[in-house]
Design a protein around this ligand. Structure first.
Ligand code: CO
Length: 294
């Protein structure tokens, strides 16, 4: 009799241990709850907000029923907006809130153009969020805009298509990219310059903080005997760089430098995120990250 009790007790204990292994531990049995986090540099220029609104609409349309949240990576921009009563989270705060709200799977869409320093920081921190005990079961960061030759061609064609129709073939277009001291990523601007010229030989890419610079493009404009130059931002948003460094009235703006060199300058203040065919490329990258959850 005592033996039978002992056998039952052992059976009961081992059943508990087994059950414990199945249902406790890493919370693997939580129902799947998926979210998208869009991470942008951010902008304090209210006209530039349009670009981000366009991305929001297109992402929600591509992922019906999925929760979409935003984060701004720039501390300065977040501070400026907070003074106007507009509160934006950093990606890290946004991820902590998603974790608190019980999300299990998160796909992050970085609205970066190239995989530079900001992209790597975001990826690194997102990865750490994926390692926390009882944290996300999966967190994936989508590729930035220019991540393959196919992306570059698609973006170049989309941008060229949106150059105003009254521009003549012998008029040049100079695109202002950001550029970076992260040299492997900065090389993408040189590649992109080449890809643009395969689509339209009078379209050039120059950068504010990397290579090529405007000085590298000036001799090429002279060579092509160009008289008119269109200036367009090659950044997600037509923010501070586009409005001041590119189109500003100061003598060191690209507009002023080109005018001093005798060119007739026309400015287009539209970020790349305002072109639906460009946003399609970001959405495609988000879809390929998100598809790992299915
Ligand atoms: Co900058």
């Amino acid at each position: 009799m005592q033996k039978r009790w002992l056998a039952m007790l052992v059976w009961f204990m081992s059943a508990l241990v087994l059950a414990g292994n199945c249902f406790a531990g890493h919370g693997d049995k939580r129902p799947m709850k998926k979210a998208i986090l869009i991470a942008a540099f951010g902008t304090s220029v209210s006209e530039a907000q349009q670009a981000l609104d366009q991305v929001d609409v297109m992402v929600r349309k591509a992922f019906p029923g999925v929760d979409v949240r935003w984060a701004y990576t720039s501390k300065i921009i977040r501070k400026k907006l907070a003074q106007q009563g507009k509160i934006f989270d950093s990606p890290e705060t946004a991820l902590a809130k998603l974790m608190d709200d019980g999300y299990t799977h998160v796909a992050v869409l970085p609205l970066h153009t190239i995989p530079g320093r900001e992209f790597h920081e975001l990826s690194q921190n997102a990865h750490l969020f994926g390692q926390m005990a009882d944290g996300f079961q999966s967190i994936l960061v989508a590729y930035p805009l220019l991540s393959s030759h196919e992306d570059m061609t698609q973006v170049a064609k989309a941008m060229v298509q949106h150059i105003p129709k009254d521009r003549k073939a012998d008029e040049a277009v100079v695109l202002m990219g950001h550029g970076t001291e992260h040299h492997p990523a900065d090389a993408i601007y040189s590649a992109m310059n080449q890809v643009f010229q395969e689509v339209d030989r009078n379209v050039f890419v120059a950068t504010v903080e990397g290579y090529p610079t405007l000085d590298d493009v000036l001799p090429k404009l002279r060579e092509q005997k160009v008289k008119t130059v269109y200036l367009m931002p090659f950044m997600a948003v037509a923010g501070d760089h586009a409005r001041n460094d590119m189109a500003g009235a100061e003598p060191d703006s690209w507009k002023s430098i080109l005018e001093k060199n005798g060119y007739n300058v026309k400015v287009i203040l539209k970020g790349t995120a305002e072109y639906p065919e460009v946003v399609d490329v970001w959405v495609k990258h988000l879809q390929s990250a998100y598809s790992h959850f299915e």
